[in-house]
Write a protein that binds this ligand. Structure first.
Ligand code: GDP
Ligand code: MG
Length: 445
């Protein structure tokens, strides 16, 4: 697939804006990729339409061809669709008991995930209680007990001759008496959506207060995941999803479908049969997995880095002419963050490391955190300046400095120090800028 895409893109020449043809051409392949990743057909259709509307007429970033630009937009929209940030299961505040109910079809991974979650919570100092509400197979209760034992977590069971709702009630009583603060109900699935199963889950919800209902979905379910998620959400209401078996070779389109249809976040991803194989869900990683275009995506990242380099080059020019101002300073701080190697570069920042020695050194975590704090203070001071002051540091007289100190919530002496060091930095840059080899300098410090 990737090869095919690249061939198409080779034929598209770089130009200013995305035309309707560029977008349509690229989206044809994206559509195929999404369907191959088992994203639900209707979800794909809606998604493509949305991307099309956003993409046509957009500027193409330098370094990208139109096709890659479309992929960049697709990737961003995918991440957006799956939730821009990681979300966690919401626990009750303080020492209140949180009741979590696991729901899902048979074989989805409820029992395994129940035990995995228990291990996570135990590590966080919680006292979980696992409850065997799957009364249809003796093996199911045993399975939970075995897993609970592996995790060193108590399992509450009442055999097979009780209603799940009653077991849940009794378990909650037990939890209160024994100081458990998280109760996880492992329920029975069925092979297909059926009224029995939904009724049973509803009964549990009526018998005890369930704070979080979690739908467990097998990533290999493919197209069907959408119906399953929709039914569960409509009938019993879910708060979020855990997607299992992402360690398999499935592209994981189910994740996309489920989120698109229910609007509920994906909390975790099951990455194997071992009880430690549960990971926080990362929408961005999932997006590139679904697209299956690792190399195209890294190309895009490179193009983005290149743009940073262009900016850095412009800054170098300014430095040489001693035109470097506070806006540039802010911009370079932003770039440093993007480049990731904060710890490496920080020691060279005026006011953060030793002014005299312009040498690189590796900072440890604590030093980096310290440096980041100082950086945030400097940013606060610059943000408290007027645009004119940022462009012309020479404007900064005592009364202006006082105003800035107040705005940034720092002492006047701190503003004085920063401005003085900024002046020294400018001087230094002028010399440094002249000696920097052309094109080699990524960063003006
Ligand atoms: P339940 O019927 O929903 O309770 O499903 P189970 O917890 O019994 O899991 C069904 C099967 O899937 C078991 O063989 C599990 O070991 C396996 N399983 C569960 N989660 C994962 C996962 O994240 N990765 C893999 N590879 N297997 C899993
Ligand atoms: Mg089970």
């Amino acid at each position: 697939l990737t090869e095919k895409l690249q061939n198409i893109f080779k034929n598209l020449r770089s130009k200013g804006r995305l035309t309707e043809d560029d977008v349509k051409e690229a989206l044809k392949e994206i559509k195929r990729a999404l369907l191959a990743a088992d994203v639900n057909f209707k979800v794909v259709k809606d998604f493509i339409k949305k991307v099309q509307e956003r993409a046509i007429g957009q500027d193409v970033m330098s370094g990208l061809n139109p096709g890659q630009m479309v992929i960049k937009i697709v990737n961003e929209e995918l991440v957006e669709l799956m939730g821009s940030e990681t979300t966690d299961i919401q626990l009750q505040p303080g020492s209140a008991i949180t009741v979590i109910m696991m729901a899902g079809l048979q074989g989805a991974g409820k029992t395994t995930t129940t035990a995995k979650l228990a291990g996570k919570y135990k590590l966080k100092g919680k006292k979980p209680l696992l409850v065997a509400c799957d009364v249809y197979r003796p093996a199911a209760i045993k399975q939970l007990q075995v897993n609970g034992e592996k995790q060193g977590v108590e399992v509450f069971a009442m055999g097979e001759n009780n209603k799940p709702a009653n077991i849940a009630k009794a378990a909650l009583e037990h939890a209160r008496k024994n100081g458990h603060n998280i109760v996880i109900l492992d329920t029975a699935g069925r092979l297909h959506i059926d009224e029995d199963m939904m009724g049973e889950l509803q009964e549990i919800k009526e018998a005890v207060t369930v704070h979080q209902t979690i739908l467990v979905i097998d990533a290999m379910t493919g197209q069907d995941a959408v119906n399953v998620a929709k039914e569960f959400n409509d009938k019993i209401g879910i708060d979020g999803v855990i997607i299992t078996k992402l360690d398999g070779d499935t592209r994981g389109g189910a994740a996309l479908s489920v989120k698109a249809v229910t609007g509920k976040p994906i909390f975790y991803a099951g990455m194997g049969e071992k009880l430690s194989d549960l990971e926080q869900f990362h929408p961005d990683r999932m997006a590139s997995r679904i697209l299956g275009m690792g190399d195209v995506l890294s190309l895009i990242e490179k193009a983005e880095a290149q743009i940073d380099e262009e900016k850095a080059r412009q800054m170098t020019q300014k430095m040489k002419k001693a035109q470097f101002d506070f806006d540039d300073y802010l911009e370079s701080m932003k770039q440093m963050r993007n480049m990731g190697g904060l710890g490496n570069i920080m020691s060279m920042m005026p006011g953060l490391g030793a002014m005299g020695g312009m040498k690189m050194k590796n900072l440890d975590d604590e030093q980096t955190a310290q440096a980041e704090k100082s950086l945030a203070r400097i940013e606060a001071m610059i943000y408290s300046m007027t645009p004119a002051e940022r462009r012309d540091p020479d404007l900064l007289n005592p009364s202006r400095k006082h105003r800035i100190a107040k705005g940034a919530g720092v002492d006047i002496s701190e503003v004085n120090r920063m401005v003085k060091q900024f002046g020294e930095m400018r001087k230094l840059m002028k010399t440094f800028g002249k000696s920097a080899r052309k094109g080699r300098l990524r960063f003006p410090f």
